[in-house]
Design a protein around this ligand. Structure first.
Ligand code: PLP
Length: 460
């Protein structure tokens, strides 16, 4: 197709929206390592998991073989409120950069929660409702996941209890009020409402919290309240499965115009948006049908892939959750108060960890101020105020486009624009005032938390 026939924004119609989620694990030769019971060191059984998670989600979590999971009609109906989401050519950014590269982004910020997290929130809330539960508990960092889950629970009539990382609770009061408007209860974490929260507060009274702490609290509340289960917005296999809707739509949109990406870029906190965006492309790569350069971008302040260790670790600070084999900085690692709250997790999806370990994707880390410089350039050229998390991907997309400028290569770059930054204006204010700093953990700090990795029988 000739270039001038390609629209600025590629929209799909409702019929072109995926009817099934794609399970990348089915195409992986080396499957991601199973979650382990921390007590026995043995793989978690469906029965053990069903005390924490909804049954249908447990089945999805454990299934490494079924390639497609049909998306229930009720979820597709909900998706239609904000999907399919557009793939947009960043012409103005390209022009400003003077690059021969073609830059596309998949925009997931077009819903009130402001991020891709709603794709999995509605799925998880739906299965909880179907199981007849009263409600769900969860943690939220920057607040996008908590907001998404609150929206999904309001839609389905489920109770929603959110533990919000304290630094975000204080920095983002408006985010909290959106959740409360959707009917959720929001507690700053660590709190004295749980045993694990009280323990953490006793040891670290001044802590600003972390995702790992908040997860511990939310799990404790779920397992000690009848009719409640815990849901998680990232990291898990089931979440990557639901997020495959991002990649499937992207692939359909690009295929429609014969566009083949050379480089696919996404920010990586727990790995859900990146895992979803790359799923069908990585599937082709695993099946030997196509090749792509895939780049995970993480903050230099929380560099799980680039400076972490591939080992079994707890997903939470309180060490009550199952063990996952992943690139981790250690569950006791508490990252500095970086503004990209959604990327402040010590570990990484087991699926992406395995792919990275097998050399099927790359990772890089970027510093906060350079991320906000990219955010500013993007906002001024493309008009959208990006989330700080998403801006990690923007940074590397710009860097790759600038490399093309030097070499004259017309590469096609696709990145995930996971959300908008309207609740991140305290961070933008710091940047605009020239007061933003970059914090990079020392090798000693990382070594200290990695030294506390759990001993697992049969593991190094
Ligand atoms: C949560 C979040 C992320 C990071 O989470 P992943 O699971 O790694 O995708 C990225 N961008 C936005 C806008 C988020 O809300």
């Amino acid at each position: 197709m000739s270039e001038n026939k390609i629209p600025y924004k590629i929209y799909l119609n409702e019929e072109e929206m995926p009817k099934a989620w794609y399970n990348l694990r089915a195409d992986m030769k080396n499957k991601p390592a199973p979650l382990l019971n921390p007590g026995t060191g043995q793989p978690l059984t469906a029965e053990e998991m069903s005390g924490i998670f909804c049954e249908e989600l447990v089945a999805q979590e454990l299934d490494n073989d079924t390639k497609f999971f049909e998306i229930p009609d009720e979820i597709r109906e909900f998706y239609k409120m904000y999907r399919p989401s557009p793939v947009v050519r960043a012409y103005c950014l390209e022009k400003a950069l003077g690059t021969p590269a073609k830059i596309y982004y998949k925009f997931e910020g077009n819903n009130t929660s402001g991020s891709h997290k709603l794709n999995s929130a509605i799925a998880q809330a739906y299965y909880a409702k179907k199981q007849g539960l009263k409600g769900v508990t969860t943690e939220t960092g920057a607040g996008q996941w908590g907001t998404a889950l609150s929206m999904a629970c309001a839609y389905l009539g489920l109770d929603c209890k959110v533990y919000m990382v304290k630094v975000s609770y204080e920095q983002k009061p408006f985010r909290r009020e959106v959740m409360r408007t959707y009917g959720a209860s929001v507690t700053p974490s660590p709190s004295n409402t749980t045993n694990v929260g009280r323990k953490i507060l006793e040891e670290f009274p001044d802590t600003t919290g972390s995702l790992g702490c908040a997860i511990s609290e939310a799990v404790e509340v779920a397992v000690s309240n009848e009719g409640y289960r815990y849901v998680l917005g990232s990291v898990l296999n089931q979440v990557l499965l639901h997020q495959s809707v991002i990649g499937l739509e992207t692939k359909t949109a690009l295929d429609k115009y014969g566009i083949k990406p050379d480089i696919i870029i996404g920010c990586a906190g727990g790995g859900s948006n990146l895992g979803g965006l790359i799923a069908p492309f990585m599937g082709e790569k695993l099946r030997g049908e196509a090749d792509y350069r895939i780049i995970a971008v993480e903050p230099a302040s929380c560099p799980s892939f680039t400076r972490g260790t591939y080992a079994y670790d707890f997903c939470d600070t309180g060490m009550i959750c199952p063990l996952a084999k992943m690139y981790t900085l250690g569950s006791s690692f508490i990252p500095s108060a970086n503004h990209a709250g959604g990327l402040r997790f010590h570990g990484m999806s087991t699926v992406l960890s395995q792919l990275y370990h097998d050399g099927l994707m790359e990772a890089t880390s970027v510093e906060q101020t350079s991320v906000f410089e990219a955010a500013e350039q993007f906002a001024r050229t493309e008009g959208i105020l990006p989330a700080p998390e998403s801006s990690h991907a923007i940074r590397v997309a710009i860097d790759e486009a600038l490399k093309c400028k030097e070499t004259g290569e017309e590469k096609t770059i696709v990145f995930g624009l996971t959300g908008t930054g309207y609740f991140d204006l305290v961070a933008y204010q710091q940047f605009n005032d020239g007061k933003m700093t970059d914090y990079i953990p020392t090798d000693e700090e990382i070594a200290a938390s990695v030294a506390k990795l759990p001993q697992v029988p049969g593991q190094e």
